[in-house]
Design a protein around this ligand. Structure first.
Ligand SMILES: Cc1cc2nc3c(=O)[nH]c(=O)nc-3n(C[C@H](O)[C@H](O)[C@H](O)COP(=O)(O)O)c2cc1C
Length: 340
């Protein structure tokens, strides 16, 4: 199922963004069924959680998810190095450092977007992580254009150039600044304007670096257009809110012949995963919640969604089969020719 991008194309051509409480391993499994080529990212995992919390659970993934990157949240070089080593030993192919999250929780830990103020510290973090993992595991950074009053193209380019000197060559740029005071994380994804031109200029001025653009990309057409200027696109909300779009992004960006997505086959494969997970004790709701948007915009989608939302108990495969039955009934009714 997983197909690494052809060697001639960048491994970062299509990425599914890290999203807390969304891109857990079950969503990633679904994403992989829909997109054979995308590079997938975990939710942010803090160094504290990984070093002192349920490590096995936090690092767990299915081999099918590869190529898979872990995103770390932290700002202490030694702790990040240990976590990077643990992740690479577990098989992650990339360790990404979060320098873009503006939440209060992250600010109180002095990491996330705050780190854009501290390129020297981020450089030390990168070096420590680089030294802790094999050469074929990439250490990358996800960041913004700036934070608060530090919002100037020159500062942004120098931030990237400085990290490149410390061994980072791949940058995921969420193409807007973050306001650390006064805006919620959600507002910080919507209010500061997108400035794609900064990211395109960055790639022109630092052409040897791999630059992945993120923010507001919702159609395969828009994604393809970006690839004239940068190496890759990272899709966030659209991937979660309309997962079937991932199949369209994949087909457009990797040149597959356009064919209608067979959601039924995707659902059947996901049901097998869900049944195995149920048997291991994973609650049904944890498994079915990611399916809710799968039929977005199709006849019967509302019944599908309602059935999944209302049936949190029972085994996942039965719940999903029930939702599919309702969806199919609605679909048949919608396509039935009205009697003359
Ligand atoms: C619910 C949610 C959770 C997110 N969690 C993270 C996170 O853990 N780490 C991160 O770097 N960005 C996180 N983001 C930001 C996304 O990765 C992405 O940068 C942002 O949504 C902009 O891309 P989009 O317009 O394609 O959604 C999150 C976004 C959402 C909507």
């Amino acid at each position: 199922m997983t197909t690494h991008p052809p060697a001639t194309l960048s491994p970062w051509r299509l990425c599914v963004a890290p999203m807390m409480q969304k891109t857990d391993r079950h969503f990633r499994y679904l994403a992989r069924l829909l997109s054979p080529h995308a590079r997938l990212y975990t939710e942010m995992v803090t160094t504290g959680a990984l070093l002192h919390g349920p490590r096995d659970r936090l690092l767990a993934f299915d081999a099918l998810e590869q190529p898979l990157a872990i995103q770390l949240g932290g700002s202490e070089p030694e702790a990040l190095a240990t976590c990077a080593r643990l992740a690479s030993e577990r098989g992650y192919v990339e360790v990404n450092l979060n320098c873009g999250c503006p939440s209060e929780r992250v600010q109180s830990g002095a990491f996330g977007a705050c780190l854009m103020r501290e390129p020297a510290l981020v450089g030390r973090c990168i070096e420590a992580m680089r030294d802790a993992v094999p050469a074929d595991v990439e250490v990358t950074v996800k960041h913004r254009l700036g934070v608060d009053d530090l919002y100037d193209y020159g500062y942004f380019r120098d931030f990237v150039a400085q990290l490149a000197e410390h061994g980072c060559r791949v940058f995921h740029v969420h193409a807007r600044k973050a306001w650390l005071q006064g805006l919620s994380p959600r507002e910080n994804r919507e209010i500061p304007p997108l400035e794609y031109a900064w990211v395109h200029r960055l790639k022109r001025e630092l052409p040897t670096l791999v630059i992945v653009i993120n923010g507001g990309i919702t159609t395969p057409r828009a994604a393809c257009a970006q690839l004239d200027a940068v190496d890759g696109v990272m899709i966030g909300r659209r991937a979660y809110e309309a997962p079937a779009s991932l199949a369209a992004f994949d087909a457009s960006l990797f040149g597959a012949p356009a064919r209608p997505l067979d959601e039924h086959s995707v659902v059947a494969q996901y049901m097998t995963h869900a049944a195995a997970e149920n048997a291991r004790g994973t609650p049904t709701r944890v498994l079915t919640r990611h399916l809710v948007n799968l039929f977005q915009g199709r006849p019967g989608a509302r019944r599908w969604r309602r059935h999944l939302s209302e049936h949190g108990s029972g085994d996942a495969a039965t719940v999903i089969a029930g939702a599919l039955e309702r969806m199919d009934t609605a679909l048949a009714a919608a396509t039935e020719t009205p009697a003359a």
